[in-house]
Ligand binder design. Structure first.
Ligand code: FEO
Length: 400
């Protein structure tokens, strides 16, 4: 049974949803699933914008066959070679022997890396600024290297003013029939996953995302069609602003997030005491996460959202408690920067995690580590209430 939706008179979403995959890229939990979006442009020449993951081939073929109604595909535009989108290139080449692959030189090279296939007669190689006319529609190709791989390009349809954005403006989450942003409550139901997707998948490439946003600013875009998640046809500025902020590493909220790593619960108790103290001093919407039980992708998203981060950590094997070390290494890898950080540590005989955490923070860009640290020997005692209050106060002061 076909499962498609028209997005304009000539363009149809022929993508697929995956609610069976537990972890995207075998690393990110996706309890709400994910969509692999693909679009067919029905014009004098028929164009397919990317394919879908191998797991969704059957549905994809049914969708395409339904929309084609017996016609053949003339062009397959390959914007990105990650297998969640490129897995069906060979299948399309077999089914449509006259079809040309429209892609840049890097993409062609990657096609040969992934597949045993001869492309000599099948390629239409494009570069920055090239166009493809399919009849009424003209596609403009814009290179977007490292958003998210080096070969990525996006395509702008002049007629319908659609930006086919590759992974940009994507999000985790399967589409539940409502494929348009104005059919869902994006801010309530999708934003957290969109943030988690962006920060973990392309978070490292803020400079390249900024370059793409600058190029996109010169286009009259009425619709954004990403390879994952909803199609944007209204209030585009809302999502573009988020991308702008994320890619400049500016926090969305003046807010405090506390990440704690605790072995027997004493560091956790100290983190809770700090949260209460912060609340007493007027801080609202404090977020607290256990690094042992929270997926690191969620914590990265929160680190991007909040202006202030507290790291409260047990010392373990003379070092940083491993789940906290994992978070710090991901923060560095994904270029978390421009945050204010307060550090607490714990250790029964040698609390040294704090010093080592500060060293790691120094390896990140523009991290302001607050002067006062709080070091606990086994358990935080009531007699240190004043110290805790002062530790909280420095955070409050820096929030203002
Ligand atoms: Fe959705 Fe980078 O692939």
């Amino acid at each position: 049974m076909q499962c498609t939706r028209k997005i304009t008179e000539d363009i149809t979403w022929v993508g697929c949803n995956d609610r069976r995959l537990a972890m995207f890229e075998n690393i990110f939990p996706i309890p709400r699933g994910v969509s692999y979006n693909s679009y067919l442009i029905m014009d004098e020449k028929v164009t397919l914008m990317d394919t879908v993951d191998a797991s969704a081939t059957q549905q994809f073929i049914e969708n395409i066959d339904y929309v084609l109604g017996g016609r053949a595909i003339d062009y397959l535009v390959v914007q990105h070679m990650e297998p969640d989108h490129c897995a069906n290139i060979l299948e399309m080449m077999r089914r449509f022997p006259e079809m040309k692959i429209v892609a840049n030189a890097k993409t062609e090279q990657m096609i040969h890396q992934f597949f045993e296939v001869e492309t000599q007669e099948r390629m239409m190689t494009v570069k920055e600024g090239d166009t493809l006319s399919t009849g009424a529609h003209t596609l403009h190709f814009v290179m977007a290297p490292m958003v998210h791989w080096p070969e990525v390009m996006v395509s702008y349809d002049e007629k319908d003013k659609v930006l086919f954005a590759a992974d940009a403006f994507g999000t985790f989450g399967a589409l539940n029939g409502n494929i348009f942003n104005d059919e869902i409550d994006f801010e309530r139901d999708w934003l957290a996953d969109a943030r988690r997707y962006y920060t973990n998948i392309v978070g490292k490439y803020g400079v390249q995302v900024q370059a793409l946003l600058k190029k996109a600013a010169g286009l009259d875009i009425q619709m954004i069609c990403s390879l994952h998640g909803p199609v944007w046809r209204s209030d585009l500025d809302f999502f573009i602003d988020k991308y702008d902020k994320w890619s400049r590493y500016e926090p969305e909220d003046q807010a405090v997030v506390i990440f704690y790593g605790s072995i027997y619960g004493h560091t956790e108790a100290a983190a809770n005491a700090l949260a209460v103290q912060l609340a007493e001093q007027g801080v609202k919407k404090i977020a607290v996460y256990d690094v042992s039980t929270t997926d690191v992708s969620d914590m990265i998203a929160e680190a991007f959202r909040c202006s202030h981060i507290v790291l409260a950590c047990s010392t373990y094997n003379g070092g940083i408690y491993p789940p906290m070390e994992n978070l710090l290494s991901d923060m560095k890898a994904l270029s978390v920067q421009k945050r204010t950080v307060a550090v607490m540590d714990n250790g029964t005989w040698a609390p040294t995690a704090g010093k080592q955490i500060i060293k790691k923070l120094e390896e990140m860009k523009e991290m302001t580590v607050l002067e006062q640290t709080l070091s606990i020997k086994s358990a935080l005692k009531d007699e240190r209430a004043d110290e805790l209050e002062a530790f909280a106060k420095q955070i409050v002061d820096s929030l203002q």
